[in-house]
Write a protein that binds this ligand. Sequence first.
Ligand SMILES: [Zn+2]
Length: 479
Amino acid sequence: MSERKYVTTVGVEVHVELATRTKMFCSCLNAPQDVPPNTAVCPVCLGLPGSLPVINREAVRLGVVAALALNCAVNDRIWFERKNYMYPDLVKGYQISQIVSPLGGNGWLAIIGDDGEEKRILINRVHLEEDTARLSHAGDNSLIDVNRSGAPLMEIVTEPVMRSGREAEEYVRKLRAILVYNGVSRCRIQRGEMRVEANVSIAPEGATRLGVRTEIKNQAGFNHMRSAVEYEVRRHAGVIESGGTLHQETRGWDDANQRTFVQRSKEDAHDYRYFPEPDLPPLKIDPAWVKEIGAGMATGYEDYVRGLLDHGLSPADIEALSRNDALGFLRLAAADMPEKTPLFAKRLVKDVFALANSTAMALDESKLRPAAFRDAALLLENGKIAAEGFRTLLDLLYREGGAAEQVARGNQLFVETDHGAVEEAIRKVFAGNAAMVAEFKAGKTAVRNALLGRTMKALGKKADPRVVSGLLDEALKNA
Ligand SMILES: [Zn+2]
């Protein structure tokens, strides 16, 4: 097979669940997997007759944040359409979506292209819609959970400008980092909070028209998407060269066998019988509000990363922070004290990610909040708690949440600043280890560390090694 004669074209559609408290058009809780199945529902998200949807302002705000972060223009007048189709997970029989007047469009996101140069991936549109119910299959039975019905969803569609599976993978990774950083969505892939579809076509070099495209649905991970795209490129070339016919269709990815398979032939927009949602008036998006949102947004993701380099963080640390979705967390933790950013970054990479590993719970699944983390790191920095106490405190905050000071006090983690108590502990250790003290006096100074260790142990997590060390040396001098 001679793939080199062909130019690959890839476009990507991404759906993300917005991190709002309530659903897109009703006040049901938007936490589909955190409450028992089929409990976060109401007549609106079930589409019962007589119920009326109301647009969630926070969902629109997050959509604007995403649009601005992706360099899109925000439309000042938008409306919603009904997209009609039948599927078991669509209890209403239609989805409220946007086709004619998306919230935003004409944006871009920069990646490093296959040629090593910066490349702008053009964003065609960013629009708002609602999610469907969740189906799961157990043996011969299918279960439906409508908690997710009506959850706020955003779709981000690129122009077909990527040239390989690698570029597509780089695009979705960067997109995810930007959305998480800006608090638009938590984008937890395993929870379906970010779903990726890639459409692929190949055409002979120099051709003026794109080839027949196939769409690859909802891959479980970004590497799966890349594998699927690369497989499709080879499959298309094989079909063309054997004189076969390619069909426009939707395919799934079979990771076990490393191949795609046909799911269904592709619908066109007219199959959905879109029409303007009769229960919602057009929505005016005040440019002043958009401006205000823009002003309130954090430093752009790229600038923030550059700033971290300027703060002296290593690329490896930044990569670790990004991989663990901790850049937004770091930004919030250091919001009032940017000069402490390197300190907090170091603690995140060293201590918090260790906790993520040992508890098998990612940072954004944990109970640790940026403010509590900041306070805990400062308690350590200011010598109010010792290293051992800090680790205990962080562990408690990570698993159970709470405010740092309160948890530290409740668990008696503050260091013993009462010198009397430390001296008392040293006296007891000396009394119980008279032989060691005698050895020290005879010149065997190595036993000092053993005595320090015993004193620290006697004091527990409250002990500040610096204080104990100083007082111990004093005591040894006078012993
Ligand atoms: Zn509802």
